[in-house]
Design a protein around this ligand. Structure first.
Ligand code: F6R
Length: 243
């Protein structure tokens, strides 16, 4: 595990963008694993900025998103499809054919095959070169909640109360927040060649300490990253206050 500690969120977002840009420059047809949520927003803003300056080309990259709420249409403003298009994809020259985000509207009886195909598609593209991760306050990665299997693959999962509470801030009405999501599994995530985990703020300090210094346990899904060969944690001062 490598650590980059930054003074604040702004610097964290800059460092993360520097590493993503380095990856794309080294391998223009990189396969990126992407996350949503509030933490990677600054990273995406920086990527858009650098793209507008003309110093990076996204034409050949392929992206796989970690997750999507089950039951939300891509046009729904709370969906992760909408998030990605609004914050990144519509602002860069990525080929829409190279964008993969789990379908939140897939019928229950097609889910199994759909998820197997998502995994197959990642493999067909040669695997994920660089996976961006945020971190749930309960230690979740993607929507792999505490207690989930380290060998898990892409599938439908139930969200925990902690996640529903944390993410309901994005929904006007807590009751309409989906209770399930389609997420890459922990195995899918840890098969990425490189991983960058971003965490910012005091509310992540406790879980960062557990994930980085605690036991590798399914109770803290992110602790599995201790076993990954090429993970960089980019953390701001507040997120490391309990380390
Ligand atoms: C989102 C995702 C989640 C978030 C996590 C942290 O695609 O995979 O695991 O990364 O819930 O969310 P924020 O960044 O909003 O604190």
């Amino acid at each position: 595990m490598r650590f980059i500690i930054t003074k604040n969120y702004q610097e964290l977002s800059q460092k993360a963008a520097d590493l993503v840009i380095k990856q794309i420059k080294q391998k223009p047809n990189s396969v990126l694993g992407l996350a949503t949520g509030s933490t990677p927003l600054g990273l995406y803003q920086n990527l858009v900025k650098v793209y507008k300056q003309g110093s990076i080309d996204f034409k050949k990259i392929t992206t796989f998103n970690l997750d999507e709420y089950y039951g939300l249409a891509p046009t729904d403003k709370q969906s992760y499809h909408y998030f990605m298009w609004h914050n990144l994809f519509s602002k860069i020259n990525i080929n829409p054919k190279n964008i993969f985000i789990p379908d939140g509207l897939i019928k229950k009886n097609q889910l199994k095959i759909y998820c197997q195909n998502y995994e197959r598609e990642i493999k067909k593209h040669g695997g994920i070169d660089l996976q961006i991760l945020g971190l749930g306050q309960n230690g979740h990665l993607g929507f792999n909640e505490p207690g989930f299997n380290f060998n898990s693959k892409t599938r439908l999962v139930n969200l925990t109360k902690t996640t529903i509470l944390a993410n309901s801030r994005f929904f006007n009405n807590k009751k309409i927040m989906p209770r399930q999501a389609v997420t890459m599994g922990l195995k899918t995530i840890t098969q990425a060649k490189k991983i960058i985990l971003l965490a910012s703020g005091e509310n992540k300090a406790k879980v960062i300490a557990l994930a980085v210094k605690g036991q590798v346990t399914a109770k803290v899904p992110a602790s599995i990253l201790q076993k990954h060969k090429n993970t960089t944690f980019i953390l701001d001062q507040k997120a490391v206050s309990l380390l």
